[in-house]
Design a protein around this ligand. Sequence first.
Ligand code: AMP
Length: 419
Amino acid sequence: MRKIQDFNFKDIKAIVRVDFNVPLDKETLEVTDDTRIRGALPTIRKITGDGGSCILMSHLGRPKGRMEKFSLKPVLPVLEKHLGMKVLFADDCLGDSAVKMTAGLKPGEVLLLENVRFYPEEEGKPVLPETAGEEEKKAAKAELKAKQKEMAGKLASYAGVYVNDAFGTAHRAHASTAVIAGFFPDDRKMFGFLIDSELAAMDRVLKDAGRPFTAVMGGAKVSDKILIIENLLDRVDNLIIGGGMTYTFIRAMGGRIGNSLCEEDKLDLAKAIIEKAGTKGVNFLLPVDGVNADSFDAGADTYVSAIDDVRDGWMGLDIGEKTISLFEDVIMKSKTVLWNGPMGVFEMDKFAAGTTAIARAVARATEQGAFTLIGGGDSVAAINKNDLADKVSYVSTGGGAMLEYMEGKTLPGIAAIRG
Ligand code: AMP
């Protein structure tokens, strides 16, 4: 497999799939967080620095056809500021403007193509009325798949090399993330620096973890995290559970959880996970105490109780202090920590203490030499909110993609290059 650092892009046009799916201000359409744009800069600089030219393509949001509020135009000034140069813009990724501008691109130049999702064939998922029959659905899907291939072929025709640096969409088999790679020979396609570093961080945790290895799983639902939990049970020494999913486990063990979040249809599964952890010798840690509220509200009345003794009508919205000490202790003794999902409803200050404490403990463990990987939108937000991003080993940019990789799944955007 080609490595970007070993490739010389001199006089070569590279088409690069980046993840510029950035948040925009609803009124002004200005970029409100440029993390993803900054993430793509090393790859762009490498290509232009070698004397190559760079054709950037990305999606933004979920447009249904061409919709101006999903235009990538607001990205331009931010990108120009970071690169310190003019960036060209084609207002359609497949139209005449793109064909002409890519053909005329000179070494050192950068061109951004308009949102690839203005075309439904990018994703290849037909939008059909609910009344559509099976045959109709099948035919529409086949037609769109053919168009997807056509779109990928057209994008590929703009350049001599394909670089995928959009980790956030690597779990999608879209025209610009996976299908396009089929149009380039093995030595003309590669990952960008961002995907390379994401893969290195995840592989270090999955295949080469220093021990003890602790996974901290939080967030709302067991059902979202079940596959990753099962995959991790084969790898970790400690599995810490926090957040809303705690209560499905506590309920499964016969505890009182009041109105706390609970997935009734996952109780058997929760029991099976606890048993599996036991047979695998994994130290399975649930919270021992929690902060309970009388309503899901920032101004709610609260009290602390044992995790399995929540009063009727109350709900657990954060882990308690005893739990924080217990979890901190395990994290501080770890050599590898993977953290995904908040410990409570951290969006409300009143229920953010548990998540903040875990974020700080992960940073302290890093300082002591542990390798720490944080993934998933909410835990990343918690790390950023506490200004700890540069105090942990790696913060993943791809929530869904990271989860799927950690679940052991093959990501189409990765497989299309790695083989
Ligand atoms: P997820 O997307 O599954 O990682 O879940 C994140 C969401 O879980 C956040 O919006 C949190 O507010 C929410 N959450 C965390 N702990 C709890 C809890 N104890 N009860 C209800 N929601 C929670």
